[in-house]
Design a protein around this ligand. Structure first.
Ligand code: PLP
Length: 324
């Protein structure tokens, strides 16, 4: 599959100093895929923006929450490629002009605020109507779903799996388990499908940060349909290929408990690594607790690799929660 190179790859893999149990816990620094483009979304954008260019698009339409890492990465990449960027952002009462949202504007993206109810129920129609409006003005729009999690975006982490295999050789280690947070599902799906293609040597574990495992098993299955339309596979995706650690979404997407912030603060001091409050903080907290209680999904794991998917800019605006 063709991609447009945007990310700093490969990203480094380091070993955590103070894991909660005897396990060897490694972290892949996909928060370092770039500066403007930091985080996991750029790996998907490399593929989806190439598809946009191949289709002759001059405009990209995508969506997200106000502090969406995906929206910011798309705005940055569009500015780099000379594409017009339209962001449909979910209205937010606590709008603070900081972090990702601040950068969206710096990159010159056009922002349309979408009321929560429309965002939940008729976002697809809204994207189409904006595409139609822009097409009347002579533009060609490419609509990218939330998180660039579609068939083509899934190639980002399908490829990252190969990068991890090469790094195993260099480091002299075999990761038996790869752990990632699950937001829109594309990161998990890419790793899971690559693992399936490789004969399923590893356990790919997802930690949902919204909704629950049952919901995401459906999402992964539908991404499988879209993905295999691009790349037919001999293997069949079955329920035993999908492993989820449920129960760490808390009150829901982007909503935190005080314990999340305490964990992020303690982790920063113990490891010198900043996690975010929406994804990696919740997931790492869930991973630590699950290791401590010897959760069945993690039993027998010796070398675990956690994907740090980024998100640091989302902490801006949350400073008061992170102070001692
Ligand atoms: C979007 C995002 C995720 C979730 O990735 P999906 O592929 O959407 O599941 C995880 N971490 C961060 C920081 C993100 O921005």
């Amino acid at each position: 599959m063709n991609k447009h190179k945007l990310a700093n790859l490969p990203t480094r893999i380091d070993r955590l100093k103070q894991p909660p149990t005897q396990v060897r816990l490694w972290i892949k620094r996909d928060d370092q895929t770039g500066t403007e483009l930091m985080g996991n979304k750029v790996r998907k954008l490399e593929y989806s923006l190439q598809e946009a260019l191949d289709r002759g698009a001059d405009t990209v339409i995508t969506c997200g929450g106000i502090q969406s890492n995906h929206a910011r990465a798309t705005a940055a990449a569009c500015a780099q490629l000379g594409l017009y960027c339209l962001l449909l952002l979910k209205e937010d009462a606590e709008t603070k002009n900081t972090g990702n949202y601040f950068l969206d504007q710096l990159f010159g993206a056009e922002i349309v605020w979408v009321p929560a109810e429309v965002y939940e129920n008729s976002l697809d129609e809204l994207c189409l109507s904006h595409a139609g409006r822009l097409e009347k003005l002579g533009h060609t729009a490419y609509i990218m779903p939330i998180g660039a999690s579609n068939g083509i975006g899934t190639f980002g982490y399908f490829e990252a799996y190969q990068e991890i295999l090469a790094q195993e050789q260099e480091l002299g280690v075999t990761f038996d388990t790869i752990v990632t947070t699950v937001g829109s599902g594309g990161t998990y799906a890419g790793l899971c499908f690559a693992n399936l293609k490789a004969g399923n040597p590893k356990k790919i574990v997802g930690i949902p940060v919204a909704k629950d495992a049952a919901y995401f098993e459906e999402v992964i299955r539908s991404l499988w349909q879209e993905f295999t339309a691009y790349l037919p596979m001999e293997a069949e995706l079955a329920p035993q290929h999908i492993h989820m650690l449920d129960g760490w979404a808390g009150r829901g997407y982007a909503l935190n408990e005080p314990e999340d912030f305490t964990f992020i603060r303690e982790f920063a001091r113990a490891e010198g690594i900043v996690l975010d409050n929406v994804y990696t903080g919740k997931a790492m907290r869930g991973l630590y607790a699950s290791l401590e209680e010897n959760h069945p999904v993690l039993q027998g794991a010796k070398d675990l690799l956690f994907i740090h998917t980024g998100g640091m800019l989302g902490l801006f605006g949350k400073e008061v929660h992170l102070q001692d």
